[in-house]
Design a protein. Structure first.
Length: 288
């Protein structure tokens, strides 16, 4: 299935002690470029997240933001490590026994001693598992959005491709008549000027002119590129780069067709083709 590179996804979940939020945003890019922002408590997950992103997304610039917000009660609650407190008080008593003028420790001084008091911590393993589960849900949502957008992009390209193919077929059908009209105009002009023309030389010049104006080869290549674009769209998968290359080739043939133009019909067809190709190219830029 064709996938778009432009999508976003957001998932949130409440866990014991706080809330987790995962935001994923992707836009078109030549390669896969991942930017991941994590809270300190989940910093160790970055290699795992990069690996999962690389398996799910082939191309695009992707921003991942993971937030951990402890609840007010969880953040403001304080736990006292009684074992550490007893060690501190025992040490303070020993010092006071040696110093005759020692001042007793205040409660605030005791609480500020490292290790005595701290906020309750979410178990790291539990928090990481919750974060990974939420990330997977956001990644699945992102993939669904990219797939839905890809269907729309493919339909837009196919619509214009059908119009382009019909324009090529119409021009091919008119080509013999246009060539004959061009030949008749040259012969008529010579007759109007009442010139004595060497019939053999005139025939050679007419053949040369026909060869120079012949665009059958360009039309064949346009048909071949249209067929290849259709095949790539049907096959699906990461195909943006190949489609972009095919748009360049289609445009090259349209330019050659324009340079060989000898009637207003041919010129107008070449212009129409280039407009359609540019419209398709804009859509292809967003295909993975």
């Amino acid at each position: 299935m064709i996938q778009s590179m432009t999508a976003c996804a957001r998932e949130s979940a409440a866990v014991d002690g706080g809330a987790l939020t995962v935001e994923l945003r992707s836009v078109n890019h030549r390669y896969l470029d991942c930017s991941i922002k994590l809270p300190d408590a989940l910093r160790a997950l970055e290699p795992v997240l990069r690996d999962r992103l690389g398996k799910a997304v082939a191309r695009g610039k992707l921003d991942c933001l993971l937030r951990w917000q402890p609840t007010t009660e969880h953040h403001s609650a304080l736990n006292i490590d009684r074992e550490q407190l007893h060690k501190l008080l025992t040490a303070a008593a020993a010092v006071e026994a040696e110093l005759t003028a020692a001042r007793p420790l205040s409660a605030l001084e005791v609480l500020s001693f490292p290790g005595v008091c701290g906020s309750p911590q979410q178990p790291e393993e539990e928090l990481r598992e919750a974060a990974l589960s939420l990330f997977d849900a956001a990644l699945a949502s992102l993939a669904d959005t990219r797939a839905r957008e890809g269907v729309k992009l493919a339909a837009a390209v196919e619509e214009r491709l059908a119009t382009l193919g019909q324009a090529v077929a119409d021009l091919r059908g008119r080509l013999p008549q246009m060539m004959q009209q061009q030949r008749d105009r040259v012969v008529s002009r010579i007759q109007e000027l009442d010139l004595e023309a060497d019939s053999a030389r005139l025939e050679q010049e007419l053949v040369y002119m026909a060869q120079k104006a012949d665009v059958a080869e360009e039309l064949d290549r346009l048909d071949a590129h249209v067929t290849e674009v259709e095949r790539v769209l049907r096959k699906g998968g990461p195909s943006g780069r190949r489609l972009d290359f095919l748009m360049q080739e289609l445009n090259r043939e349209a330019n050659t067709l324009s340079s060989k133009s000898f009637t207003s019909d041919t010129t107008q067809t070449a212009v129409d083709l280039k407009v359609l190709i540019e419209q398709m190219r804009e859509q292809v830029q967003n295909i993975q």
